[in-house]
Design a protein around this ligand. Sequence first.
Ligand code: ATP
Ligand code: MG
Length: 192
Amino acid sequence: MVENKKIILVGIPGVGKTTLLTTMVEILKNHKKNVVVINYGSLMFDVAKQNGLQDRDELRKLSVSEQQRLQKIAAEQISEHDEEVVIIDTHAFINSPEGYYPGLPEHVLKIIKPDNFVSVSAKPEEIYNRRMKDDTRNRDKITLANIKKELDVQSGMISACAVITGSPVRLVLNGEGKIDEAADKIIKAIGL
Ligand code: ATP
Ligand code: MG
């Protein structure tokens, strides 16, 4: 059986996760790797749509118990993937009305069993500009102070994930105009 690696990639909104993953997949496919990227939020939204939710950005405003239910269903679907490299595009926490809510609580980690975590960050000013540029999303109010706070919360949440699972966390800076560099760094670090 081919070894299967599950990698969880987190980053606050607008840090460039999806952009980075598009580049990584291109590189990995050129190296004939059987790779799949799963967007956790999209998976949850697909389930929520069956219950009438219409806007993806409304997900984080659902009650915590409903988000937990959707999270569990998504985790079970992810655990069934057996491609060589499975990369999960997600958030270490969600900014919900009740407070910062973990994207990867223990019960989810136990289902997915990730081998590696990648925590993406960038300069707060760059994240600010990237969020302002992207008008396809219905984002929360954007301030530099909030972005700095979110980077802090991310660091705490992802450390907890590492302790729960025993899997390592690779920190990666997605510098302005340096997508290829960041993608290469992740691929080398994880040995993909
Ligand atoms: P979300 O959590 O909301 O899905 P995300 O982390 O997936 O956000 P992206 O959608 O990948 O973020 O990127 C947000 C914006 O930042 C996009 O317009 C993208 O082109 C730009 N961007 C991402 N990385 C870089 C980079 N290294 N240099 C310049 N622009 C970048
Ligand atoms: Mg994204």
